[in-house]
Write a protein that binds this ligand. Structure first.
Ligand code: NAI
Length: 256
């Protein structure tokens, strides 16, 4: 069984936004933040799924709103951040989770448009998110925490996913850059590298013939979105106030 956690109200009255919050890992992180007392903006390209998660948080006594965002579009990202600060008066942290993968393909068979789109959403979206989130956090003159969702694909070779892997290596790089640039402002920036986690994205790759056996997960089960949310809650919380610039593998031991 995957672990569940009781609420410690880790984020009472703090304001967070989560991109790609309507599905999978982003939804689990949004719900966890809501359960821990945060006010959450659930942002997703799919407006309906983002709204459903915000409604679920509210139905369980939490506080949440939702919005449509395209993380590859700077005006849209800016509007998302402004919505959080206008609604709740501040921003304490953010999770850049939205990403896309691409059809499994050898490098010689991957078309450039697919490469480009994957980079734009998966790496560019994380850059744009941090750019505007950090500006908003700085205005509050309080400690802040950013979490980028990277991937085990940034740490070990995943054949047929070259653009996705390269984008995630980039996510690790800009996580570390941002951590260095904003440490003096007490804004921490970390990443999680999930292993194979049971979501729609993983199912898509499995449907295409991706072989899970290549992972050989030592803990012998798939990750659940809640496993990632547990680590996210820790890294965003004051419990991790001396941790910045790290990429934490949450993968059942896949990368050791
Ligand atoms: P998912 O496909 O279930 O959720 C992704 C969400 O992002 C969806 O709600 C989608 O609508 C949204 N999204 C896509 N493009 C967007 C855009 N341009 N703007 C805003 N939102 C957009 O995927 P999952 O598995 O929950 O992935 C979440 C994160 O975890 C991603 O960064 C992914 O790369 C990463 N990850 C997932 C793994 C897995 O095995 N599921 C393994 C390693 C990393």
């Amino acid at each position: 069984m995957f672990p569940t956690a009781t609420s410690l109200q880790l984020f009472k009255n703090e304001v967070f936004l989560v991109t790609g919050g309507g599905s999978g890992i982003g939804a689990a992180i949004s719900k966890r933040l809501g359960r821990e007392g945060a006010k959450v903006l659930v942002a997703d390209l799919n407006e309906k799924s983002g709204r459903a998660i915000a409604d679920e948080i509210a139905a369980r006594g939490g506080e949440a709103i939702s919005t449509r965002v395209d993380v590859a579009d700077e005006a849209s990202v800016q509007a998302m951040v402004e919505l959080a600060t206008k609604t709740y008066g501040r921003l304490d942290g953010a999770v850049n989770n939205a990403a896309i993968t691409h059809p499994l393909a050898l490098i010689t068979e991957l078309d450039y448009a697919t490469w480009d789109r994957t980079m734009k959403v998966t790496l560019g979206g994380t850059f744009l998110g941090m750019k505007h989130q950090i500006q908003a956090i700085e205005k509050g003159e309080r400690p802040g925490a950013i979490l980028n969702i990277s991937s085990g694909a940034s740490l070990r070779a995943l054949p047929y996913l070259s653009a996705y892997s390269a984008a995630k290596v980039g996510v690790n790089a800009i996580t570390k850059t941002a951590a260095m640039e904003y440490a003096s402002k007490n804004i921490r920036v970390n990443a999680i590298c999930p292993g194979a986690t049971a979501t729609a994205m993983l199912q898509g790759s499995l449907d295409e013939g991706f072989d899970l056996k290549t992972f050989g997960i030592p803990l012998n089960r798939l990750g659940q979105p809640e496993d990632i949310a547990n680590a996210a809650a820790f890294l965003l919380s004051k419990e991790a106030s001396f941790i910045t610039g790290q990429c934490l593998s949450v993968d059942g031991g896949t990368v050791i």
